[in-house]
Design a protein around this ligand. Sequence first.
Ligand SMILES: NC(=O)c1ccc[n+]([C@@H]2O[C@H](COP(=O)([O-])OP(=O)(O)OC[C@H]3O[C@@H](n4cnc5c(N)ncnc54)[C@H](OP(=O)(O)O)[C@@H]3O)[C@@H](O)[C@H]2O)c1
Length: 254
Amino acid sequence: MPAQLPVPAEAARAGFAHVQLGEKDRIVTIRPPLDGGTVLITGASSGIGRQFAAQLAARAGTLVVVARRAGLLEGLRADLVAAHPRLQVAAVPVDLSDERDVDRGMTAVREQVGAVDVLINNAGLGGQALFDAADWTRTRQVLHTNVVAVAQLTALLVPSMVERGRGGVLNMGSGAGLTVMPAAAAYSASKHFVDGFSEALRADLAGACSDPRRVRATRAHCYLSANAGAATRTAAHPARMARPGRPWQTCPPS
Ligand SMILES: NC(=O)c1ccc[n+]([C@@H]2O[C@H](COP(=O)([O-])OP(=O)(O)OC[C@H]3O[C@@H](n4cnc5c(N)ncnc54)[C@H](OP(=O)(O)O)[C@@H]3O)[C@@H](O)[C@H]2O)c1
């Protein structure tokens, strides 16, 4: 089990992380492909997702903001463009609990901005109710939004990242995924999924990136991180969201 290495403050501010990889204790500096890239953020109409958009606006070339409330997305788009005139912002209303709407939304994204470089699966919702008393419609919505949509968006967007040798995925977890929360069984289980999915996906992507030809040809930096729910405290800075023992991982730079 590789130990996590400290991230220097200035490197963390710039979006870098140091991680240890493989058996040779290699230290690799990584840089998520945010700068000038196309970043899709789900749940951008409020809360942490909106903060992601605000913080990444200075670095991304294009932001795609996704949520259901079209009016809030349009307001966000106007604010971001006013503050960052060179930034392109696509506001794409999608109900992530509806698989067909996700397909439709991602077709619209392809048409409007082309390929996505970084996927931030941030949207999520929960509820407080004993499972046996919970409303099934709400439970279903929690599971579809927090679980199915995360996998569906990954399936739709990551193959193109691997093909281009450039990409990253950040999945929003929660402390509820590290323990069990009474009266929030579906939410807690959904965040356990996010953790397990992220870890396995990270291994899959590390394999994809370990092909030296691909890395050299494309100068790819791939990364993946699972968050442990510290996003509010850390002001949603992606570089600070790797949790102890589960560092960001990347292929070595070419
Ligand atoms: N805040 C915390 O303390 C905390 C702690 C641990 C983990 N988290 C996680 O962090 C993430 C963001 O939480 P938050 O606190 O920022 O929540 P929030 O303010 O309630 O925002 C949730 C976002 O998800 C979007 N969303 C919900 N259901 C959706 C659906 N069916 N389709 C499309 N978008 C949907 C909402 O947009 P619309 O309503 O416009 O669709 C909204 O933009 C979640 O995954 C949450 O589990 C938060």
